[in-house]
Design a protein around this ligand. Sequence first.
Ligand SMILES: Cc1cc2nc3c(=O)[nH]c(=O)nc-3n(C[C@H](O)[C@H](O)[C@H](O)COP(=O)(O)OP(=O)(O)OC[C@H]3O[C@@H](n4cnc5c(N)ncnc54)[C@H](O)[C@@H]3O)c2cc1C
Length: 434
Amino acid sequence: MRSCEDGEEAQVLVVGAGPAGSAAALHLARAGVEVVLLEKSRFPRDKVCGDGLTPRGVQQLVRMGIDVSAPGWMRNRGMRWVCGGRQVDIDWPRLGSHPDFGLTRSRRDFDELLASQAAAAGARLRTGVRVTGPVTDKAGRITGVSALAGPEKRPVSFRAPLVVAADGASARTAVMMGLERDQRRQIATAARRYYQCEARSCDPYLELWADLTCSRTGRDLPGYGWVFPLGDGRINVGLGAMPHRAHGPVDLRATMGQWLPRLPREWGVDEDSAASPWRSAALPMGFNRHPQYQRGLMLVGDSAGMVSPWSGEGIGQAMEAAEVAAETIALALARPEGAGREHALRQYPAEIQRRWGRHYRLGNLVGDLILGRHGYRPILHPRVMASPTLLRTLARLLTHVADEPPRDTIDAVLHTLFRAVPRSRPPARRTPPL
Ligand SMILES: Cc1cc2nc3c(=O)[nH]c(=O)nc-3n(C[C@H](O)[C@H](O)[C@H](O)COP(=O)(O)OP(=O)(O)OC[C@H]3O[C@@H](n4cnc5c(N)ncnc54)[C@H](O)[C@@H]3O)c2cc1C
């Protein structure tokens, strides 16, 4: 194995070993593609997150060969919505196409596990390597990346005809290749903290609070609060907001300060039981960066703004898009270099659109009109809270699970709803394809 100083060469470079990058590297390696996975941190490392996975995300873990029945995983059987003095538990649907359970695991463990799985599959994992920018040829096509390696920040470069940008919300690689964020799409922010809480750590539901109000203004939080059990004595407590311009900014920390005293006293969630500092981060959502493939660069996960505008989930989306990216690349590399290969690579955004396009378009619209202004309270109207069928429909809508072809009435309703959403037009290409 060559060391970093040599400037490694591979068929594909993946920048960032979060869920998107590790999943991409794993699927590429499994397909026999030579892949180098570059990560600026060293594992284990923390990542600000709610640590929750719904069934679609679990499905991706299973597809990656992760043993989700091993110790360390906490299973959940559904979501619990708390709103207007009521709370209802909604079990995940029993579908043929998705698992009927969700999972939680702290990202400190989760990301290391995925990166190790990618390395075990044959990806060359290089940690402590901070990518500083793309290297391009005269035509502007990416041919590798430059980086600083190790604590001494040794300049190194890596070469490959294809690069997967999986460097998260900063999207540094994409930005340096000229791919700007779509300013029409809101960026959500979310904050979380761990607490020791034996009373709730093994709760079988992901708990979501929809009736939180913003500090100072008293307006509805354009988001929700969560209490996710980790099964190891801790819970992950946080809240996220995606304020529309018409709503005004949200002080997450102050809002959290108002919410926590509403949690049952016997849970003991207070400063004394806090097991970490408060940390917040951005959630780029609703496909806010385009094109997802251009000039040898493929965007996956947060770097492409793939967080769901419905729920704020991004882990499952990152892993699923990574699998699509890897499959697309493997098929493209089987063709000779040139127009045919480029054509194959451009199937990636097309497949992403086919899977999620309409769900995200509708989610962006609902986000603009309702969630970003009034949060989830209008959706969790008392009539909805009182109707198990409506709640089950809502759960499938938020987490994007339905059997295809439809297995029951809820599936049929959701398919009809999505078919009514116009397809998105392919975004205008800013540079000619190579
Ligand atoms: C508070 C909060 C709560 C959330 N809760 C949930 C949740 O419960 N469920 C859910 O599904 N989603 C949740 N999300 C969203 C989720 O965290 C992200 O969508 C997900 O992490 C995206 O994965 P990714 O691999 O694209 O990016 P990341 O997880 O951000 O990974 C990017 C990786 O790239 C590395 N990197 C960055 N720059 C460089 C560089 N220059 N060189 C080399 N490496 C680099 C980083 O170190 C990191 O390892 C939450 C987000 C926030 C902020």
